[in-house]
Write a protein that binds this ligand. Sequence first.
Ligand SMILES: [Cu+2]
Length: 121
Amino acid sequence: MAMSLSSAAAAAALIGCASGIALEVAFAGGDTAAVAIDNFTFAPQRLTVTAGSTVTWSNRDDIPHTVASATKQFKSKTLDADDTFSFTFTTPGAYEYFCSLHPHMTGTIVVEAATGNGAAP
Ligand SMILES: [Cu+2]
């Protein structure tokens, strides 16, 4: 009787362990990348990152700018000098964006599938 109790406890411990591992995999691959806003341009104008990466824009001009997705998937508040805005891209694709105050300022974030995890579509 004591035997069967302790193997039930061992089984419960194993299950707890397995779900902990799954959580870690879900958070893997949090790379970061940076885009500078300088002299009315986004630099680099086109940036490629892997899925799960966080991109941070920094306004290095001394006039306000914004970062606004062309398809309304993200939008910053008005960024004054030295303000930053961050967005995490989880789905592969090409994300065009612009400055809503100066719409001729445009940029693209290209998100590629993270390699090596066998994730399909
Ligand atoms: Cu602007």
